[in-house]
Design a protein around this ligand. Structure first.
Ligand code: NAD
Length: 494
């Protein structure tokens, strides 16, 4: 990547053209817009269309018509594959432009956004495109006088709602398998991070995704998201975001057509360091990255660090040293390692967590303040809070910011108990040289993902999903395709 190319792209004016419905941009029923501020400098960035229930209905009806007439749903999988591979190529060809666009409204630093947003979106479309003509139905082992067939039928109209962190990566985790399986999609991005997903809709049309098959309606969760989730014509909802919104989606489902809701929610993941970790220096470095990259705005962030008591003081000091060494700054500067907090609201909520933790007796070892205030942007110093107790707010609740809660433990049993002492169950980590202990910990920690002697790594080949109040269902891997199909039995008397 080249800084001058990034600087040229950042100077471009952004003129979004509204919702993407039935293959074209529309200003929407009311023509209303809301101003999006850039987290880089707090300045106005773009006017985004403020959708209404009428706009949602138009998108859902376009998706329904497209689904029922079979323009995509009955297209041979090999042909859908070709279109989605072309979309992947288009995204890859414009990866830097798309990444910069996304950074300007969500604040992720560009090195990460380029790989984890733009290139990862291309890879996701490619992965599901390549998978879709290799999935077979089944012939049931029935008696000789009947034939039992199990088909994979696309579910119909998929409503997708995604958050502001990694909107393109997470959006692609939903759109790519949904489209590959033959469904139509209506997507609602976060109100403050819509730009890159609007671009994907445009590129999808260019790649040959037929009109009405992929629609994007922008605007507020309480208006656009609610109307989508209450629609009687949406067959399933796929969602990533907070637990509070996840709960609301279940209510909307109950009040409408009992649509299935797949929820990928928040976490408070425990990263557990035993005194027999193979390399404590490496463990400290990776643990710091595992919470502070993207300003802690990562669902699987290792936001609780549990450290065995005899190495506690040295380890906390080492993690704090790494925290202080991160270069926080302009996310479009290639030298920055950590970019901006997404919004002023998020930044203020992060600072509030720190002051509450201090009031509860935790000790601030580093960070805890807003920094680079002169830029007008929303930056926060990586923060380490030590001696956090199990009952503390900071131990129990997700910050979704660069704030690490550290707690000592005595032995394996206590480590497992503490790891499982929240309502969440998204991810976790274990550092130990003891193979048997590693396996016991993987079995004992109640989460969807456990890292061993590393933290935060994964790729498309493995599922991501939570248990407990971190959600249900999975994104990524071939398992993600399952939710976009209904199993349909044909029972044929011979
Ligand atoms: P959020 O729940 O506030 O918003 C997510 C989306 O829901 C947005 O598009 C928003 O507009 C929409 N929404 C809000 N209210 C709604 C309503 N009443 N009806 C329908 N839609 C509504 O979450 P956020 O702050 O954007 O995202 C951060 C959260 O997402 C964190 O909790 C984080 O852990 C979680 N997350 C989870 C994963 C995962 O894979 N489990 C990944 C990324 C983020």
């Amino acid at each position: 990547m080249d800084q001058s190319a990034i600087d040229t792209l950042r100077a471009q004016e952004i003129t979004p053209r509204g919702h993407f419905i039935n293959g074209a941009f529309h200003a929407g029923e009311t023509g209303a817009q809301h101003q999006v501020l850039s987290p880089i400098d707090g300045q106005p960035l773009a006017l985004i269309a403020e959708g209404s229930p009428v706009d949602v209905n138009a998108a859902v009806q376009a998706a329904r018509v497209a689904f029922e007439d079979g323009r995509w749903s009955r297209m041979a999988p090999a042909r859908r594959k070709k279109v989605l591979l072309k979309l992947a190529d288009l995204i890859e060809a414009r990866a830097l432009e798309i990444a910069v666009l996304g950074v300007r409204d969500n604040g992720t630093e560009i090195n990460m956004a380029y790989k984890a947003e733009a290139l990862s979106a291309a890879a996701t479309f490619r992965y599901y495109a390549e998978a879709i003509d290799k999935i077979y139905g089944q012939v049931a082992p029935t008696g000789h006088d009947v034939l039992g067939l199990v088909h994979h039928a696309p579910v119909g109209v998929v409503g997708a709602i995604v958050p502001w962190n990694f909107p393109l990566m997470i959006g692609s985790w939903k759109i790519a398998p949904a489209l590959a399986a033959g469904n139509s999609v209506v997507l609602k991005p976060a109100e403050s991070a819509s730009l890159s997903l609007l671009k994907i809709a445009e590129l999808a049309a260019e790649a040959g995704v037929p009109d009405g098959v992929l629609n994007v309606v922008t605007g507020r969760g309480s208006v656009v998201g609610e109307a989508l989730a209450l629609s009687m014509d949406v067959d399933i909802m796929v969602f990533t975001g907070s637990g509070a919104t996840g709960r609301q989606l279940l209510e909307y489902s109950a009040r409408s057509n009992l649509k299935r809701c797949y929820l990928e929610l928040g976490g408070k993941s425990a990263n557990i360091v035993f005194n027999d970790a193979p390399d404590l220096a490496e463990a400290a470095k990776v643990s710091a990255a595992g919470i502070f990259r993207n300003s802690g705005q990562v669902c699987v962030a290792g936001s609780r660090l549990l450290v065995q008591e005899d190495i506690y003081e040295d380890f906390v000091a080492e993690v704090s040293r790494h925290a202080e060494a991160f270069r926080v700054g302009d996310p479009l500067d290639l030298n920055s390692q950590i970019g901006a907090v997404h919004s002023l609201t998020e930044l203020e909520a992060n600072l509030d967590f720190v002051s509450k933790a201090e009031a509860e007796g935790a000790e601030r070892r580093t960070g805890g303040d807003r920094i680079l205030t002169e830029t007008g942007g929303y930056y926060m110093a990586p923060t380490v809070m030590a001696d956090v107790k199990e009952t503390d707010n900071l131990f129990q609740n997700e910050v979704f910011g660069p704030v690490l809660a550290v707690t000592p433990f005595k032995n394996e049993g206590e480590a497992i108990r503490l790891a499982n002492a929240t309502v969440y169950g998204l991810a976790g980590g274990v550092w130990t040289s003891n193979l048997s202990r590693a396996h016991r910990m993987v079995a004992g920690i109640k989460t969807g993902v456990v890292h061993v002697n590393t933290y935060g790594g994964a790729d498309l080949t493995v599922p991501l999903g939570g248990v407990g109040q971190s959600g249900n269902g999975h994104d990524k891997s071939l398992h993600a395709l399952e939710k976009y199909f209904d199993l349909k039995t044909a029972w044929i008397k011979l």
